[in-house]
Design a protein around this ligand. Structure first.
Ligand SMILES: *Cc1c(COP(=O)(O)O)cnc(C)c1O
Length: 421
């Protein structure tokens, strides 16, 4: 049997209806932007393997850092102990994050980073003796699949089976020319029922790279501050250079109270996440009473190997080469946008940093995992390009090391796709 056949016997894949899904390519090797399956077919990874891999597959700098850490100290419990990479990474990240961020809490994936932020917001008010049990989130936001993160997520068919078992979340539209989000938010804030407002800053990834203005987000954050409701920036997708700045929050003048990071944190190597906090939040958990502490943890919290990988990934991100790659890709995207946007089958296009998205005008089924999406997905795989359209939105989120020639291959394939829909 092939790996793909064995996989079908044994594995349950994410977001997959196995009754209608065939054999999945078994990837056996990765190098730079390329992946190879067991039959030797080559794929160009144009979405950085779900937005985690800016520096290319099997990156030797990351591999070296991980090997070095594995042979020095692979893991030690973070309850009652600390370790060198965890201290160095905290010091490094806090210097990079908005200046009000003072404490880091480690976990191992994006959903847990969000859970920790939500739990901290709720317990902050509990510790204070104030009853605030609900949160505010954007429509069509995505914050992960564990219960709290899922509750905050607004892509309805991801969560509909669990309605009634979830944290209460009230949704507001993202700010656009048509939506007066500020008034909607202001009305909600008058109820004093909310602990926090969570959002993906500037780009809603899973919604299809939906973008909105930093100046509008500043107003929403400012309003929450005025009403003493915490703001949680979920930078799990946007973090580490993807928007053209290190964090999407770097486009803001307001500073969120909490920030969630994961995905590209370790350059796509070791599962790892971080939730950062302002001093004000941390201090509310200080007490002679042990029960006021944040009773949350994960077995691999503060894992030294993950932290060492993150430190190496950050040093790659900060290199002149990578910073100029980011600006180069952003410029290429803008040039391609100019060229493609007048195409009769292109409804809208948007670009921020290395993220390019276009909405395709088509009469077909445009739902999230609908027939148009499946037709496009299969076409791209056949062409040897990994792209995962969301409904009628095709987006590119390439590794920063993607060359102009490789970008040209992606753009040409996108143009070809417009001829088949
Ligand atoms: C991917 C993602 C998450 C969830 O992260 P996981 O590691 O998949 O649990 C949360 N928020 C955003 C914005 C994401 O893109």
């Amino acid at each position: 049997m092939t790996l793909s056949q064995k996989d079908q016997l044994y594995n349950w894949h994410p977001y997959t209806q196995h009754q209608t899904t065939g054999l999945l390519p078994a990837i056996v090797k990765g190098d730079g932007v390329y992946l190879w399956d067991e039959n030797g077919k080559q794929y160009l990874d144009a979405i950085s393997s779900w937005w985690v891999n800016p520096f290319g597959h099997s990156n030797p700098v990351l591999a070296q850092a991980i090997y070095k850490q594995l042979t020095t100290l692979e893991h030690v419990l973070f309850g009652g102990f600390t370790n060198k990479p965890a201290v160095e990474l905290a010091e490094k990240l806090l210097a990079m994050l908005p200046s009000n961020q003072k404490k880091l809490f480690y976990s191992d994936n994006g959903s847990t980073a969000v859970e920790i932020a939500i739990k901290a917001a709720l317990q902050y008010f509990y510790n204070k003796g104030e009853k605030r049990t609900k949160i505010i989130a954007f429509e069509n936001g995505f914050h992960g699949d564990t219960f709290g993160a899922m509750a905050a997520s607004g892509i309805s068919f991801f969560t509909e089976a669990f309605q009634g078992s979830m944290l209460e979340v009230v949704r507001i539209p993202i700010p656009t020319a048509e939506n007066d989000s500020l008034t909607v938010l202001n009305d909600l804030l008058q109820t004093n029922e909310f602990a926090a407002f969570i959002f993906e800053p500037l780009v809603q990834g899973a919604a299809g790279m939906v973008m909105y203005e930093a100046s509008e987000l500043d107003k929403l954050i400012g309003l929450c501050k005025k009403n003493k409701v915490f703001t949680i920036a979920d930078e799990i997708m946007t973090g580490f250079g993807k928007t053209g700045k290190t964090f999407a929050c770097d486009y803001l003048t307001e500073q969120p109270d909490m920030i969630c990071l994961s995905k590209a944190l370790t350059g796509g190597t070791i599962p790892m996440a971080v939730t950062s906090f302002s001093q004000q939040i941390f201090d509310r958990f200080l007490s002679e009473n042990v029960n006021k502490a944040l009773f949350h943890g994960h077995t691999f919290t503060g894992n030294p190997t993950g932290c060492a990988a993150a430190l190496a990934a950050i040093s790659l991100l900060e290199s002149e080469e990578m910073q100029s790659n980011i600006q180069r890709i952003a410029a290429q995207h803008l040039a391609f946008q100019k060229q493609i946007k007048a195409h009769p089958k292109v409804k809208t296009t948007r670009v921020l940093g290395i993220i390019f998205a276009m909405e395709i005008a088509s009469a077909g089924d445009q739902s999230y995992y609908g027939s148009l999406r499946n037709q496009l997905y299969d076409f791209f795989i056949e062409q040897g390009i990994i792209l995962r359209p969301v409904g009628n939105v095709v987006y590119i989120l390439p590794p920063f090391i993607t060359s102009n020639e490789q970008l040209e291959i992606i753009y040409t394939t996108l143009s070809k796709a417009l001829e088949i829909v």
